[in-house]
Design a protein around this ligand. Structure first.
Ligand code: S3P
Length: 441
């Protein structure tokens, strides 16, 4: 029992994963459905909405901005759009909790509105870099103030009619930066162009089109003309590949496992985890590939197999960026060495994921060497039971829970409350699939 560390997972060693599972809805798509639905004309029905703390924070922020959002049943949202200029000044701070996506995307929708808003977050979010959005937004004429360190809270003073389009070469491949600027671009004079060094997830571009906007996409760039209106459209949210990844890795490392993950979004800008596991020798199949609301979806079947270490191709980094905690666990169980570089962004996620994973893996007896922008991991047959700290990062917590499948003793994972940000019901789903996991406070 440890109050300071909140929820602790206690995971029995060994076992395997089985069954047909549907993990919760995609976090990125759920956030975007609320943001675009809020400023669209008409009522947007969302099916499969992720009821995690992050996406509920976005829904509550728009409620505070005067948007009626009903929840007729679990996973369904009805968003009564107020149109491009209909948001209202909020009565108090907008609390975005742990969500970097909310903190970086919502300003894009507010800088052109007749309102002032203050966006706040928890301790982790209050440490995350925001200059990557405040600088280009300022160049568009937006007024957004961060702290001296360039971190939240953000204060936005909307400037209706005061924004000018820019062409922006983003130094990082970041969907949050790209999405923020494309959103702001809807209220700007001229055409806003965002170029990025690698292709980040393109859900905003796809969903803007579904809402009837014209978006020009070329390799490495996206452009949107200001003054367009959005038209409400139904959104079906696929299961989140980033949540599915924990079960993919768990099944891959645990001999005898066989899992089918239903309705998983396999958008190519998100599917790096499939390519990496495939290159490591995982036994994995995509079944029944289809298109749902402009997003590619499939069932993923995966079985336990012997994995081998690889050099992770740098071009796969943006499309696997959220899956490295899970992939590091796969690497720890693979034969030989796995090397990742070019992933310095991992240091500024919900935690420093390079430090958090290296520390926990070392506690489990793994030869894991952090580098400035990646990690070198020498796989081993059995991991040691250990107590590891998730640092309040949902993906670190779930990655180490799965690592227990190959441990020789119990694994305790501390500070797991934030798993609810992206994966409500993780413990129950994992236990049902065969992981010996209990949550205790
Ligand atoms: C997200 C983009 C990614 C990702 C995050 C969600 C999004 O961040 O890590 O979990 O929904 O746009 P960056 O855009 O900072 O790479």
């Amino acid at each position: 029992m440890s109050d300071s560390k909140g929820l602790t997972y206690r995971v029995e060693p060994g076992g395997s994963l089985h069954g047909e599972l549907r993990v919760p809805g995609d976090k990125s798509i759920s956030h975007r459905s609320v943001i675009l639905g809020a400023v669209a004309d008409g009522t947007t029905e969302v099916d499969g909405f992720l009821q995690g703390h992050d996406t509920l924070a976005t829904a509550n922020a728009f409620r505070a901005l005067g948007v009626r959002i009903d929840q007729p049943s679990p996973g369904r949202l009805r968003i009564h759009g107020v149109g491009m200029d209909g948001l209202r000044p909020p009565a108090g701070d907008l609390d975005l909790g742990n969500s970097g996506t909310a903190m970086r995307l919502i300003p894009g929708a507010l800088v052109g509105q007749a309102l002032t808003a203050r966006l706040v977050g928890d301790a982790s979010l209050s440490r995350r870099p925001m200059r990557r959005i405040t600088e280009p937004l300022a160049r568009m004429g937006a007024v957004v103030r961060a702290t001296e360190n360039g971190t939240p809270p953000l204060v936005i003073e909307g400037r209706p009619g005061g924004l000018t389009a820019i062409e922006y070469d983003s130094p990082v491949a970041s969907a949050q930066v790209k999405s923020c600027l494309l959103l702001a671009g809807l209220w700007a004079r001229g055409t806003t162009v965002v170029r990025e060094p690698g292709l980040s997830r393109d859900h905003t571009e796809r969903m803007l089109r579904a809402f009837g906007a014209e978006v020009e996409v070329a390799s490495g760039s996206a452009a949107v003309r200001g003054g367009q209106r959005l038209r409400a459209t139904p959104i079906g949210v696929p299961a989140d590949i980033s949540s599915a990844a924990f079960f993919m890795v768990g099944a891959a490392i645990a001999p005898g496992s066989r899992v089918r993950l239903r309705d998983v979004g396999i958008n190519p800008t998100r599917a790096g985890v499939i390519a990496v596991l495939d290159a490591m020798g995982a036994r994995l199949r995509l079944i029944d590939q289809r298109l749902v609301g402009g997003e590619p979806v499939a069932d993923i079947e995966i079985e336990g197999s012997e994995l081998r270490g690889i050099d992770i191709p740098p071009e796969l980094v943006p499309s696997a960026i959220d899956e490295f905690p899970a992939l590091f666990v796969a690497a720890a169980c693979a034969r030989g060495e796995t090397r990742l570089s070019g992933a310095a962004e991992l240091r500024v996620k919900e935690s420093d994921r390079i430090a958090a994973m290296a520390d926990g893996l070392q506690r489990m007896g793994v030869d894991a060497t952090p580098t400035t922008d990646g990690m070198v991991i020498v796989g081993r047959t059995a991991l040691h039971g250990a107590t590891v700290d998730s640092l309040g990062d949902h993906r670190i917590a779930m990655a180490f829970a799965m690592a227990a499948l190959r441990a020789d003793g119990p694994v305790r994972v501390e500070d797991c409350d934030n798993v609810a940000t992206s994966f409500p019901g993780f413990v129950e789903l994992a236990r049902g699939a065969g992981l010996g996991i209990e949550a205790e406070r």
